[in-house]
Design a protein around this ligand. Structure first.
Ligand code: HEC
Ligand code: HEC
Length: 302
């Protein structure tokens, strides 16, 4: 199946690069310092740490329309944090990513997430259509309207402009078709999981093989608006409960004031220094969302 093969590209890329980067990250986070405190202190600004990521994710995390690597720039910070934690904790599998974030503490992942969430480089042009127009039209209908009581519209959760909804739902445009196919395939076969209840696992299992292909054919050929940013709020209460949002609110309550992050921010370059205020706003928002989602019993979107 194509999605499994393309998923392998990311896994095969530069195992050596990943190991080197992991070492840099571990040093920078202080984990490797205990054993070798007498050694020269490694570079430790957020810009230096995330420079490693652009080897695969592209400048400023923008990715490209070709290939497999997902854009990470401008995705909501809570979503990026959840993914880094998912790779670390084994809910998502990719050899490079699992290796890179192994053992990194939450506060460190949060800082990286906030950094990339604040980037907003232009999107690459969308991919050329390969599917027949009728297939792409089917994809559009499923995305915007869903399929009766069988499937809620993707837009009901990912936002009417499909640019995602803060704090924990990602945008769906500007991602390669191969990447989209692989993610939905991984959800179906259990290789990718979000916190329970995993609404995307449910959605992926409700999509027939043909509809899955139609949706990704549509999404990968759409251009987002210039400087598209996640919406602040979903258009209406979410049609299913999503554990990723709830996990953030639990964390926000358990760890009210991520003390380490602002402290580290002193070292950040001017651009990143503006970010912590936003980071502080994320947990508050996260706490507000689940209450709403929970109030609505699982029901299909119109
Ligand atoms: C060796 C290549 C490589 C490097 C280096 C790398 N990544 Fe990744 N990253 C990937 C691949 C491939 C995927 C998609 C994995 C999958 O199929 O689930 C990914 C996925 C992600 C995702 C999930 C994106 C989404 O939309 O769900 C995030 C977040 C991420 N990477 C952040 C980072 C950060 C932060 C760094 C630097 C610390 C980094 N990556 C370095 C290859 C890499
Ligand atoms: C009930 C709300 C909901 C609906 C409806 C929904 N999604 Fe999602 N989607 C989410 C959430 C929440 C996430 C983040 C999951 C996580 O934390 O890993 C997500 C993540 C994704 C991702 C991962 C993006 C990336 O960068 O890796 C893809 C792809 C995706 N959804 C596609 C779709 C498609 C296609 C549809 C419509 C057929 C759809 N979603 C409908 C809530 C929803």
């Amino acid at each position: 199946m194509q999605s499994r093969r393309t998923g392998g590209i990311g896994r095969r890329v530069e195992g050596g690069t990943a190991r080197l980067i992991a070492a840099v990250l571990a040093c920078a986070s202080g984990l490797a310092m205990a054993a070798g405190a007498e050694r020269v202190r490694p570079p430790d600004s957020i810009a230096e740490r995330v420079a490693a990521c652009v080897a695969c994710h592209g400048n400023e995390g923008r990715a490209t329309a070709e290939g497999y690597f997902p854009r990470i720039a401008g995705k909501p910070a809570g979503y990026l944090f959840n993914q880094l934690a998912n790779f670390r904790d084994g809910r998502r599998r990719n050899a490079s990513m699992n290796y890179l974030v192994a053992n990194l503490p939450d506060a460190y992942l949060q800082e990286i997430a906030v950094y990339f969430a604040a980037q907003n480089p232009p999107y690459p042009p969308p991919q050329a259509a390969q599917a027949a127009p009728a297939v792409i039209e089917r994809g559009r209908v499923l995305t915007e309207r869903g399929d009766g009581s069988k499937l809620p519209a993707c837009a009901a959760c990912h936002g009417s402009a499909l640019t995602g909804v803060a704090p924990a739902i990602p945008g769906l445009l500007g991602l390669p078709r191969d990447y989209l196919n692989a993610q939905l395939g991984a959800w179906r076969n259990g290789d990718r999981r979000a916190h329970a209840p995993d609404c995307m696992g449910e959605i992926a299992r409700r999509l027939s093989e043909a509809d899955l292909g139609a949706v990704t054919a549509y999404l990968s050929t759409q251009a987002p608006a210039a400087h598209a940013a996640p919406a602040v709020q979903a258009p209406a209460p979410l049609p299913l409960r999503c554990g990723g949002l709830e996990a953030l609110s639990v964390k926000a309550e358990a760890v009210p004031a991520k003390a380490e992050v602002p402290a580290r921010a002193e070292a950040l370059p001017a651009k990143a220094a503006a970010v912590p205020a936003k980071a502080a706003a994320v947990p508050a928002k996260a706490a507000a969302v689940p209450a709403k989602a929970a109030a609505v019993p699982a029901k299909a979107a119109p």
